[in-house]
Design a protein around this ligand. Structure first.
Ligand code: SF4
Length: 291
């Protein structure tokens, strides 16, 4: 059994953004410190041991909400997993708190860097700040200073990945993909990942279902972007879960196909640790439980 990524669900379902494609609609009260969610630390060690013995090279902090709302919990996770020495440790974030409270987060980032974190993956939907505001911060007048955030993360020593959700009306054609790649390259972003927005067959929230159904890439839009990457990029890696990594004019670009159920049972894609101590290998199947 081969596992590529060890995903650690940090934080809770709380998030400081308001993405219309997200099912986590729990928004934290402003100015109030949220109680840190409990973690089954004993099972976390078991998960780390299994990940290590399965050959995992990348541990990724992600969440159903925004992990940076609980920075001390991330530090504790890093302490607990230190003995397993995962070479690559990544944090998936919307970047908002790091950008808005950089003085506070500078100290956390330094701590995380010293404890082995290598990459900060910032999710976006566009290079245009107004488009990002519309999706992430519709309740605010402006979006964060994304170039400033990237420079700040670089200065702290991190490698930066921009994870762009592809959606109709946002990054949905070859021209906008070209501009996005140029934007990433200009800012020295190490990796750019393109992930088409998921259209769930059903969703707990009608609003989410409606938005994703209206904005998922059409077949033509998806083909146009893929053809552009094939024509202008040099294929450098074919990942087992179907994603393809290209070098486009010196910029690393990964086109994710969102195939979350791996057709090859010998090549499991993910090992996912849930804070309650459960361990699964698929997000969408509660039955894919290991312990
Ligand atoms: S940043 Fe992530 S968790 Fe937060 S609302 Fe957007 S998609 Fe959901």
């Amino acid at each position: 059994m081969r596992i590529q990524t060890f995903s650690i669900l940090a934080g809770s379902e709380a998030c400081n953004a308001r993405c219309p494609f997200c099912i986590s609609k729990m928004t934290p009260p402003l100015g109030v410190d949220l109680p840190e969610p409990n973690v089954n630390w004993r099972n976390f060690k078991v998960a780390c041991r299994l990940a290590k013995q399965s050959g995992v090279t990348t541990a990724m902090f992600t969440g159903k909400g925004e992990p940076t709302l609980f920075p001390k919990q991330i530090t504790r996770y890093l302490n607990e997993m230190a003995e397993f020495q995962f070479p690559l440790i990544e944090l998936q974030t919307n970047g908002i708190l790091i950008a808005e409270k950089s003085a506070v987060y500078k100290e956390h980032l330094k701590d995380w860097y010293e404890r082995g974190m290598t990459t900060i993956a910032v999710s976006i939907v566009h290079y245009d700040p107004e488009k990002n505001r519309e999706v992430y911060l519709p309740h605010k007048k402006s979006y964060i200073d994304l170039p400033g955030l990237i420079a700040f993360l670089h200065n702290t020593g991190f490698s930066v990945r921009l994870t762009c959700i592809l959606a109709s009306g946002f990054i949905d054609n070859a021209e906008r993909t070209t501009t996005l790649i140029g934007f990433a390259k200009k800012l020295g972003v190490e990796q750019l990942t393109l992930t088409p927005v998921n259209k769930p067959d059903e969703s707990e929230s009608f609003e989410t279902w409606k938005w994703t159904n209206t904005h998922h890439l059409t077949g033509e839009e998806r083909v146009e972007i893929i053809e552009y990457l094939k024509k202008h990029g040099h294929k450098i890696l074919h990942l087992p879960h179907g994603a393809i990594v290209y070098d486009v004019n010196g910029q690393n670009v990964c086109m994710n196909n969102c195939l979350s159920v791996n057709p090859d049972p010998e090549e499991l894609r993910n090992l996912i640790f849930f804070p309650d101590g459960h361990l699964r290998y698929y997000w969408q199947y509660p039955g894919s439980i290991i312990l």
